[in-house]
Design a protein around this ligand. Sequence first.
Ligand code: FAD
Length: 224
Amino acid sequence: MPSLKPYHTFSLDSYCPHIFKFSSSDEFLALEKQHANSIIIGEGSNTVFLTDFEGAVLINAIKGIDCEETNDTYRVKVGAGENWHSFVEYCMDKGWYGLENLALIPGTVGACPIQNIGAYGVEVNRFIESVEFIDLDTSKPQILSNSDCEFGYRDSLFKRELANKVLITRVNFVFPKQNNPVFSYGELATLIDPSPQEIFDRVIEIRKSKLPDPKILGNAGRFF
Ligand SMILES: Cc1cc2nc3c(=O)[nH]c(=O)nc-3n(C[C@H](O)[C@H](O)[C@H](O)COP(=O)(O)OP(=O)(O)OC[C@H]3O[C@@H](n4cnc5c(N)ncnc54)[C@H](O)[C@@H]3O)c2cc1C
C-alpha cells in the first residue's frame, strides 16, 4: 500500500490504498464518484495521518494565477493547488503587496481561507475578495464573498458549517495599489519604515530561526 509520508508535514509512515492528485474540478468529481470514502488535502501541513486511511486521499493540484489591474487595485485569481509561499513570492515579484507578513507559511492557497491563516499582524482575509468552491452535495460550483466567509481568528465558515462539504477551487484576492505595510508586531517592530521586500525578508529570517523546516524535521506548526 502506498505511504502517506510525503503528503503531510508530520511525515508519519501511514498508508493509504488510493492516493490521487487532481488538477481540475472535473478530475476531482470523477475521483470522488469512484471513491465514496475520500478526503481532500493540500500539502498536509495542518493534517496528521496517525493511522492508515482505508479510503482515497485526493490531493489538490489545481493551478493558475490570473491578474486584472484596475486604477487602484490588482485583482488576482489563484488556483487552490498553488503553493502558498510560492504565491507570496510571485506577488512580491509583481509588486502586489500585502501578503509579505504571511511569507513561508506552509500549505496551499486553497487551504488559506479555511483557518484564515495569519502571522506577524496580518490575516489573509484582509486581501480575500471571494472564495470559489464545489459543493460536494450537489457537485455544483459556488462562490462566497469575503463577508459571507465569516472570517475570524484562525476561523471561517469553511472550518464550521462547510467543513468537509466543499472543495475550494480558487481564491480571489484584491491588493490595493496604496499599500499599508504592517510592521508593529513582535520582532518586526525594530524595522524602520520598511519596504514590503524588507518585511518579507525579515519574516522569513524570523520564521527560519524559530520553526524547524518540516522537510528536515516533521511537524505541523501549531494546530488550529
Ligand atoms: C511549520 C509550520 C508553520 C505554520 N505556521 C502557520 C502560521 O504562521 N499561521 C497559520 O495560520 N498557519 C500556520 N501553519 C498551518 C498551515 O500552514 C495552514 O493550516 C495551511 O493553510 C495548511 O495548508 P495545507 O494545504 O497544508 O492544508 P492541509 O493540511 O492539506 O489541509 C488542512 C485541512 O483543510 C482541508 N483542505 C485543504 N485544502 C482544501 C481544499 N482545496 N478544499 C477543501 N478543503 C481543503 C483538508 O481536508 C484539511 O481538513 C503552519 C504549519 C506548519 C507545518
